[in-house]
Design a protein around this ligand. Structure first.
Ligand code: BGC
Length: 261
């Protein structure tokens, strides 16, 4: 438990369709209801910052800001934002958040932030988020390896992972074929990364209807907000890594069974 006055973090999850915000204490306990507003279209920096200010205005007082952003972010500066638009390149997001809220701000890739809330901190762990885009994050013994953009790596039929399993693809091909594609993507990534655990997040992960390999877990969307505090404070120490094999046994190949509802 934290001593004295709790330090409150305003956590933000900036997405292609929604912008979510919530204040959280140092123990990861929410101190306010989550607020979600639609992402303005076009999702240019000024419009998104106006939405952020609106959400911040609905929060109780906070001491610092942590944001997950859907693109490459280096030292608070946006490099790319494939699903928001090219106007973000070079936008100093951490600085803008600081100006908008009057509090210090830290920013990282959205999938990267989400994983910080759920990983065990042992061996290789991977997060894939299935939402507007496809998020990807890699952790080694609890340390985040930032900005690995698997989403834009060519996967099958000259299409990238995101083009195959992002939301646009889901809308186009329907749930059944999308499920097959997601499973196919997992089966391609597993022998490359040899992760102990793969976490599947993002709004569309709830549409998965194949049985998951034993080392794959679905995670809650709220972790996209809760992970933000770990941009500011260390995660709890990892358990003894020697008690778990570095590489999980190969998963059984599941089948896509049920038809879409
Ligand atoms: C972006 C990633 C992001 C993902 C999910 C992709 O298009 O390239 O950086 O994590 O979408 O928002």
């Amino acid at each position: 438990m934290a001593q004295g006055k709790p330090v409150i973090t305003f956590c933000l999850d900036i997405g292609g369709t929604g912008i979510k915000g919530m204040t959280v204490d140092e123990d990861g306990q929410p101190t306010a209801e989550r607020v979600r507003l639609p992402t303005p279209q076009p999702a240019e920096p000024a419009a998104v910052m106006a939405t952020v200010r609106e959400i911040a205005g609905q929060m109780p007082p906070f001491d610092r800001v942590a944001a997950g952003f859907p693109g490459v972010v280096v030292e608070g500066m946006v490099h790319t934002a494939p699903n928001l638009g090219s106007t973000w390149a070079g936008f100093p997001l951490a600085e803008a958040l600081q100006d908008a809220t009057g509090r210090p701000a830290r920013v990282a890739n959205d999938a990267g932030v989400q994983g910080l809330a759920v990983i065990e901190g042992k061996g290789t762990e991977v997060v894939i988020t299935l939402g507007t885009g496809m998020g990807f994050a890699l952790y080694v013994d609890g340390r985040y390896v930032p900005n690995i953009e698997m989403a834009h790596h060519v996967f099958r039929k000259h299409k990238t992972y995101e083009e195959r399993i992002g939301n646009r693809a889901l809308q186009k091909v329907g749930r059944r074929r999308w499920n097959k594609r997601v499973l196919d993507a997992i089966q391609h990534l597993e022998p490359v990364f040899n992760y102990r655990v793969l976490y599947l997040g993002g709004g569309n992960s709830k549409l998965i209807h194949f049985s998951l390999p034993p080392n794959v877990r679905i995670i809650e969307n709220i972790s996209g907000l809760l992970g933000g505090i770990y941009l500011w404070q260390p995660r709890r120490a990892a358990a003894d890594p020697s008690d778990t094999p570095a590489i999980a046994p190969p998963p059984r190949t599941p089948k896509v069974t049920s038809a879409p509802r």
